[in-house]
Ligand binder design. Structure first.
Ligand SMILES: NC(=O)c1ccc[n+]([C@@H]2O[C@H](COP(=O)([O-])OP(=O)(O)OC[C@H]3O[C@@H](n4cnc5c(N)ncnc54)[C@H](O)[C@@H]3O)[C@@H](O)[C@H]2O)c1
Length: 268
């Protein structure tokens, strides 16, 4: 169902890899709600994934950018502003990757080159997008920026490894940049902390299925789906949430508030 929540708004969506991606669902829902979109992903993802397919379906231009590279981000904003003929009303940061996790390196045995890469791709990329976007006048007054996190930023999930540190940094960047963009532009920066979700990034974590099942049983509402996440993010992009900023908001079926669930106690 469409409520026309984003009618007339223009947005930039990162991180659409395939139809499981959280960003895929956000782009689809934002389009349904009346927004015009630009999609972007890293060049390697554009070769392997289905980003072009969705871009075509949504009549959205697709501009390649590695979000660790300043020059790519500069070019991305130039192309996006040129396409829209003005600044954007919303931005989704939906990007994450850990070479340590990919190579099976546990937290006490990190490779430090990989560690910097994890932080750069998964967290500093948000700072780069905000810093360069601000300098280029890419954000409209009252713009809404959303990035995705996981509760391992606050609590210990051993197999989430160095991504836990990246998410803690990401949340801090959103909070602090939210101050500056709020004062200057009335713009908002928020984090959605999402349930385990079966995507390429999600299932790349060792023991994903066990983490998924555990969270599902702990949460009174069960795990939040990618579709529900997209609905919530669309609400955050809309004017209905114009006074919310600098928050980490848990979109997790209640998991973050739980201590123990009776079901787990009884059935192990
Ligand atoms: N899946 C989960 O369980 C879960 C839970 C909470 C939060 N998140 C977060 O949601 C976000 C989206 O992940 P997803 O689960 O949809 O998985 P996904 O694999 O579909 O998306 C990750 C995206 O990051 C992109 N990316 C990686 N390196 C990049 C770079 N250098 N430049 C530009 N893009 C790059 C990939 O191409 C991909 O499109 C991530 O921040 C992830 O950490 C996921």
């Amino acid at each position: 169902m469409s409520y026309g929540l984003l009618r007339g708004k223009k947005g930039l969506i990162t991180g659409v890899l395939d139809e499981r991606s959280i960003a895929w669902h956000v782009a689809r829902r934002a389009h349904e709600e009346g927004a015009s979109l630009v999609l972007t992903n890293a060049p390697v993802a554009l070769r392997l994934g289905q980003t072009a397919e969705l871009a075509k379906r949504l009549s959205a231009p697709l501009f390649p950018a590695d979000l660790t590279q300043i020059s790519d981000i500069e070019k991305l904003y130039a192309q996006t502003l040129d396409h829209f003929g003005g600044p954007i009303d919303f931005l989704l940061h939906s990007v994450g990757m850990s070479p340590n996790i990919r190579k099976g390196k546990a937290y006490p045995e990190l490779d430090y080159e990989f560690y910097w890469k994890t932080l750069d791709v998964s967290a500093v990329s948000l700072h780069k997008l905000l810093q360069i976007g601000r300098a280029r006048g890419a954000f409209a007054r009252g713009a809404s920026i959303v990035a995705l996190s996981y509760i391992a930023a606050q609590r210990v999930f051993p197999r989430y490894g160095d991504m836990s540190d990246a998410k803690a940094l990401l949340e801090s960047i959103a909070r602090l940049f939210g101050y500056f963009l709020g004062r200057e532009l009335g713009a908002r920066v928020n984090i959605v902390s999402q349930s385990p979700t079966p995507t390429t990034a999600g299932t790349g974590i060792a023991g994903f299925q066990e983490m998924y099942d555990y969270a599902n049983r702990m949460s009174p509402l069960g795990n939040a789906s990618a579709e529900a996440c997209a609905d919530f993010i669309v609400a955050l992009f809309s004017d209905l949430t114009r006074a919310i900023t600098m928050q980490t908001i848990y979109h997790d079926g209640g998991f973050s508030m739980m201590g123990i669930a009776e079901d787990l106690l009884r059935n192990g």
